[in-house]
Design a protein around this ligand. Structure first.
Ligand code: SAM
Length: 313
């Protein structure tokens, strides 16, 4: 059982985060990576062209017509294909496609992606906006910024403006400018832990979670500052820790008291669970139940998503 190799404290915490019923499958997910999925880049291709070109058996995804699942044995064929190297397909876990869907960006709008590299969600947002409007993508780590720049070029997301900046400061310099903001925050990446790769969790401890939480709190406040009244923020992480999820959103609710609210998502899947209403001694706003804890399954890894609207006053 993977329970033996993952940090004991992590496993104990997980038991308290997910229900007794969901715990065995969640634990098993650390030993069984979820299926390989890809997204057709509609800035360069259509589903029909791509499916004919790659010649690999695919399964469609009911909630997103541009997404396809493949048998993991075909992953190499996909990464070696011209469709991949020329940017017609983007290999991406299905869970990662949920944040742009929740954000629901429209052509012609002004959108900010505050922590963008390697760029999978930026590309999806550009495709949803049909390369029309304004999409600003911020990344603070230099080598990741250049990787992002390269991806944006390969995938033809011409509308994207790139900024090598600290997202904690950006929002305060572009007050109430954006219709929508995505904050796919740097996190402990707990849902990506792999028992067969101890390096994936060797850095984990509760002190590190507190450290990353401090950054997430600053990033979320910057994201809200950048949002127009009436605009939408999606906050997401691939961590299970309530410290990095509900507690960060609760911090924003307190800082922007009466100016923001949590909204329900339009997407509902079997593996979605409501946000927690308490963690240890901390109680959260009752609207936190509208946040989504995505549990891992055979199709996707774990995720946390919360849709927040800035109120027009
Ligand atoms: N949204 C990306 C995607 O789908 O490809 C993944 C984003 S990843 C979870 C978080 C990113 O935030 C990392 O690339 C990290 O380098 C970057 N980051 C960390 N601190 C930051 C900061 N202060 N400002 C902006 N970006 C930051």
């Amino acid at each position: 059982m993977p329970e033996n190799t993952l940090p004991e404290v992590f496993v104990e915490r997980l038991k308290a985060i997910v229900s007794l019923e969901d715990y065995p499958a969640t634990l098993a997910s650390f030993a069984e990576p979820s299926a390989t999925a890809f997204r057709v880049n509609t800035l360069k291709a259509t589903n029909e062209n791509v499916l004919a070109e790659i010649g690999v058996e695919t399964n469609s995804v009911p909630w997103y017509p541009q997404a396809f699942l493949i048998d993991p044995q075909y992953r190499d064929a996909l990464t070696q294909s011209k469709a991949f190297s020329e940017g017609r397909i983007y290999i991406q876990n299905l869970a990662s496609m949920l944040a742009p869907l929740l954000l629901d960006p429209q052509p012609g709008e002004e959108v900010l992606d505050l922590a963008a590299a390697p760029g999978g969600k930026t590309l999806m947002i550009a495709a949803m906006m049909e390369n029309h409007g304004r999409l600003a993508a911020v990344e603070s780590v230099k080598n990741r910024f250049f990787r992002l720049k390269n991806t944006i070029q390969t995938f033809g997301a011409d509308m994207v403006e790139l900024y090598l900046k600290d997202g904690r400061e950006v929002g305060w310099k572009v007050l109430e400018r954006f219709d929508r903001v995505l904050l796919d925050a740097p996190c402990s990446s707990e849902s990506r832990f792999n028992v067969n790769d101890p390096k994936s969790f060797s850095h984990w401890n509760e002190r590190k979670i507190k450290e990353v939480q401090r950054k997430q709190k600053k990033l979320i406040c910057s994201a809200i500052a950048a949002l127009k009244p009436g605009g939408v923020l999606v906050y997401s992480t691939c961590a299970y820790s309530p410290e990095e999820n509900e507690m960060v959103v609760q911090h924003a609710l307190k800082k922007f008291s009466g100016k923001i609210l949590i909204e329900p998502a339009e997407i509902h899947l079997d593996n979605f669970r409501p946000g927690l209403l308490r963690w240890k001694k901390k109680e959260f706003d009752p609207s936190m139940k509208q946040a989504i804890r995505v549990l891992p399954n055979q199709f996707m890894h774990g995720f946390f998503l919360c849709k927040i609207r800035k109120i027009c006053i």
